[in-house]
Design a protein around this ligand. Structure first.
Ligand SMILES: NC(=O)c1ccc[n+]([C@@H]2O[C@H](COP(=O)([O-])OP(=O)(O)OC[C@H]3O[C@@H](n4cnc5c(N)ncnc54)[C@H](OP(=O)(O)O)[C@@H]3O)[C@@H](O)[C@H]2O)c1
Length: 255
């Protein structure tokens, strides 16, 4: 199936590893042009080198999305380098190192506020784009009452992100901008959270595998496949959807 993504222009936040990286790889395989960012320079530079050597149009620079001014500058440079914007994939999350109320503030910043800032920067450009759309990467932690690593803040704030995105889909419909979410279950990737858990907390890792009906963690590529489908013209009548990629972990009927 031709996803019709050739020459589409996409920004994916946090593309140096994990899910964001797999999404960038997959969009590039579909001949889209991409721009991405991360705080760390080494993995980002390696990724950009790989994509450019494969002939892709790939722009990237290290920036922290919570550094508002630097991020705004990065964003406008990214749109300029791409020559416009058709797809936004807002993917960044950060490991929360805080405790107590500071932990809630950090979760609010990393898993909600920066997604909203990113969206507000993107909308004026998407309005001029070709079949424009936005994808947010949420989590099934948003609907779990016993979160795997007992991160109450993460689940609650991801739930707020789903509410925000779904309301946005209605508002942006008149502009023909689609808005969707992908909610992964536990996803294993090199250098990721669950690799650390596998090494340091084998019991928790075993529990994470057991939430899936397949008895395994998902892969970044499985999440990327869902995100890239939703971003493509093949999903032209899909908006306000929250697509779970979780191996059937949530045991409710999805009406
Ligand atoms: N992995 C899972 O099991 C899982 C499950 C459900 C949902 N999700 C969601 O899926 C998305 C991606 O998860 P992941 O596991 O791929 O995450 P990850 O391995 O931690 O990768 C996050 C990416 O974002 C970048 N990043 C982090 N903080 C940043 C900041 N402040 N500014 C700019 N870039 C930043 C990271 O690079 P630097 O560190 O160099 O900045 C990296 O490229 C997140 O929204 C997460 O909540 C993941």
């Amino acid at each position: 199936m031709d996803l019709g993504l050739a020459n589409k222009r996409a920004i994916i936040t946090g593309g140096s590893r994990g899910i964001g990286h797999a999404i960038a790889d997959t969009l590039i395989a579909e001949k889209a042009a991409i721009a991405t960012c991360a705080r760390g320079d080494v993995a980002l530079s390696e990724a950009l080198k790989k994509w450019r050597e494969a002939g892709a149009t790939a722009y990237g620079k290290s920036v922290d999305v919570s550094d508002t001014l630097a991020y705004e500058q990065w964003f406008s440079e990214a749109v300029e380098q791409l020559g416009g914007l058709d797809i936004l994939i807002s993917n960044v999350t950060s490991m929360n190192q805080e405790q107590g109320i500071k932990r809630w503030k950090q979760a609010f910043e990393a898993d909600l506020l920066q997604h909203i800032r990113t969206t507000e920067m993107a909308i004026p450009h998407l309005q001029k784009g070709k079949s424009p759309n936005i994808i947010f990467i949420a989590s099934i932690a948003s609907v779990m009452t016993s979160n795997m690593p007992t991160e109450t803040e993460y689940g609650a704030i991801k739930a707020a992100l789903i509410s925000y995105a779904t309301q946005l889909a209605t508002k942006l419909g008149k502009n023909n901008i689609r808005v969707n979410l992908v909610s992964p279950g536990p996803i294993y990737h090199e250098g990721g959270f669950w690799q650390q858990v596998e090494q340091q907390k084998p019991d928790l890792y075993k529990r994470a595998k057991a939430v899936s009906v397949f008895g395994r963690l998902g892969t970044s590529q499985e999440v990327a496949n869902a995100a890239v489908f939703l971003a493509s013209d093949c999903a032209s009548n899909i908006t306000a959807a929250n697509l779970r990629v979780d191996g059937g972990a949530i045991k409710t009927v999805n009406f």
